[in-house]
Design a binder for this molecule. Structure first.
Ligand SMILES: NC(=O)c1ccc[n+]([C@@H]2O[C@H](COP(=O)([O-])OP(=O)(O)OC[C@H]3O[C@@H](n4cnc5c(N)ncnc54)[C@H](O)[C@@H]3O)[C@@H](O)[C@H]2O)c1
Length: 253
């Protein structure tokens, strides 16, 4: 397991699903963790779970990633409290309306871009500014298999996740000489609040979703978390600007 002792990880959307699993994994690997989430109840629950490990300190910071002021304040509070920010995991996101393009509403489109794209942009800006000041860092953005393929009835989601990869690759090129590595992970359906609702909506839906994944099952949040840790580890110092597809073989075909 990589060792993140004396490093500070700032994780958005860490109140649930992949974000929570990632926060726990970083804490187990010795990092101090900031759980940044819009949902205080779930965010503080993640902190409680980390505290049970009796490891390094974890802290909840309320943050709506769609607000640049919130994001700046959350990163500022992180640095004021822990003294630095080594790792930024830009994970907060929503699933959005499940409808074909012509039936999507403008409100849903704007909300999707505000959280899943602008949210990542605001976080990257704040994190990179701090990392430049302290001499380096690692960023992982949550894209999706919908960020490398189209997604029927998920146009705004797919558009936002494609754009996240554009930000990832560009920032990787811009800051590679400043010791900042920027990568992304692209999960296929993974058990979490976001997709379990869809999976459980009907037996046919579960069958249909499972059928497209060659490995024959959904991902587990802990599996995505391990990929994120590896991307941030020193063992991975040569890898930047990449999108790792965590998809049970889907895009191999
Ligand atoms: N689960 C999957 O199958 C899957 C697949 C591909 C990509 N992803 C991506 O992984 C990320 C995590 O998804 P998940 O499945 O764990 O979802 P989830 O719904 O379990 O967790 C999302 C978290 O983000 C938080 N959040 C939502 N809006 C926010 C905002 N405006 N500001 C701050 N926090 C906010 C929620 O409160 C929640 O804690 C998302 O970006 C998602 O698009 C998930």
């Amino acid at each position: 397991m990589p060792d993140f002792s004396n490093q500070v990880a700032f994780i958005t959307g860490a109140g649930s699903g992949i974000g929570r699993a990632t926060a726990l994994a970083f804490a187990q690997a010795g990092a101090q963790v900031v759980v940044a989430d819009i949902d205080e109840t779930n965010g503080t629950q993640t902190v409680r779970e980390i505290n049970r490990l009796q490891g390094p300190e974890a802290r909840f910071i309320a943050c709506n990633v769609a607000s640049p002021e919130d994001v700046d304040a959350a990163v500022r509070q992180t640095v004021e409290h822990f003294g630095r920010l080594d790792i930024g995991i830009n994970n907060a996101g929503i699933g959005g309306a499940y409808a074909r393009l012509a039936d999507q509403t403008l409100d849903d489109w704007n909300r999707m871009l505000a959280i899943n794209l602008s949210g990542v942009f605001y976080c990257m800006q704040a994190e990179i500014r701090q990392m430049l000041a302290q001499g380096g860092g690692k960023i992982v953005n949550l894209s999706s298999i919908a960020g490398v393929r189209g997604m029927i009835k998920g146009g705004p989601y797919s558009a936002a996740k494609h754009a996240v990869l554009g930000l990832t690759k560009t920032a990787a090129l811009e800051y590679v000489r400043q010791n900042i590595r920027v990568n992304a992970v692209c999960p296929v359906y993974t058990h979490s609040a976001m997709v379990d609702e869809l999976i459980n909506s009907s037996p046919e839906m579960e069958q249909r979703m499972r059928r497209v994944i060659p490995i024959g099952r959904f991902g587990q949040p802990e599996e995505i978390a391990q990929a994120i840790l590896w991307l941030c580890s020193d063992e991975n110092a040569f890898c930047t600007g990449q999108a790792i597809q965590m998809d049970g073989g889907l895009t191999a075909g």
